[in-house]
Design a protein around this ligand. Structure first.
Ligand code: ZN
Length: 329
């Protein structure tokens, strides 16, 4: 994924500093409207962070899951087996996708619960690893583990699948592990999310519909915070506010924050679910308060050392609770 909107952020930053320099917490009050009627659930979902952590470690142990490598193929086989063991049914899409002269084997894995139910929620995360640690020029040709970028979101989805297998939801749920998200080039929107673009075109053609989608990307890092970036607010405003409110109501207010990032937009898998499939989809993605990615993003430091069970749990439990309760928004 990559970020745009820095200039706007800079301009808005100057304006907001001028207007609100005496009220530095002003933005934290933004967009909590409706939360007054939001009730804490009677029973809290039992997301197991230890299990999720093991799922991150297992992916990392395969090596970087870079498309066209043995580690990628081996991890795909493991993910398919895990999803088949938990989900009511599993769809696998195998195709080839290309960008900037490179062609990649692409394996999308979609697990379904209650497949006959027309009321559905989509949860997705990419499982591929970016082929290069190019956030730092000196390591632009090195690989990295992708523990947070890719690994954490997939781990939370696997643990959600494990829990849904134990205790069913009333609604239908689709858990989508997307491939070849992270081989893109900054500035070229369509070079990102290649597996999701393929899926979204198929979904649109087949008439698939979900109420909304929740993308998990970088949801396991120490000290992570989650702010609603521009596309999330634009395409899934009420839905994402409901999810943020849920996170706050079950005790994760330090993670799910309401501060305005001022024009920062993240091009990620949710962009294509929104724009191609027409399903309102949010991105739960770790960002710093100034809109920057976490320091380990696309660097060799994205490894198990920065993975925190508390972060995995805050996001996983919130999403699981949403799936069980299906709150209005
Ligand atoms: Zn990435």
């Amino acid at each position: 994924m990559y970020k745009t909107g820095r200039l706007l952020l800079f301009v808005l930053g100057i304006i907001s500093f001028s207007l609100f320099s005496c009220h530095s917490n002003k933005s934290s009050e933004e967009s909590q409207s409706g939360s007054a009627t939001f009730k804490t659930p009677a029973s809290i979902a039992s997301f197991d962070a230890d299990s999720a952590y093991v799922f991150v470690q297992k992916q990392v142990d395969f090596g970087p899951r870079i498309p066209n490598t043995p580690a990628h193929a081996q991890c795909a086989a493991w993910l398919i087996a895990k999803m088949k063991s938990y989900c009511d049914s599993v769809t696998i899409q195998r195709t080839k996708v290309s960008t900037h002269g490179n062609t990649y084997d692409c394996i999308n894995i979609i697990g379904h619960f209650n497949p006959g139910n027309t009321t559905r929620i989509l949860v997705l995360a990419h499982w591929d690893t970016r082929p290069f640690a190019d956030a730092v020029p000196a390591t632009a040709h090195e690989h990295f583990d992708g523990a947070d970028d890719g690994g954490s979101g997939v781990a939370d989805i696997l643990e959600i699948a494990r829990q849904l297998h134990i205790k069913k939801t009333t609604i239908g749920v689709d858990l989508f592990l997307t491939d070849v998200e992270d081989a893109g080039i900054n500035g070229d929107d369509n070079s990102w999310g290649l597996g999701t673009q393929y899926w979204a075109n198929q979904a649109k053609a087949s008439g698939y519909h979900a109420q909304y989608g929740i993308l998990l990307d970088m949801v396991g890092g120490k000290g992570s915070h989650f702010y609603r970036e521009g596309f999330t607010k634009q395409f899934a405003g009420p839905q994402s506010l409901m999810v943020w409110n849920m996170g706050n109501s079950i005790g994760h207010s330090d993670y799910f924050r309401y501060n305005d990032l001022g024009g920062v937009e993240i091009t990620d898998d949710h962009s294509f679910v929104n724009q191609i499939a027409g399903i309102p989809t949010m991105d739960i993605i770790a960002l710093q308060g100034n809109g920057d990615f976490m320091p380990w993003h696309h660097t060799v430091n994205d490894n198990m050392k920065i993975i925190d069970k508390n972060t995995l749990k805050a996001v996983g439990q919130t999403v699981l609770q949403v799936l069980y309760d299906n709150p209005s928004y």
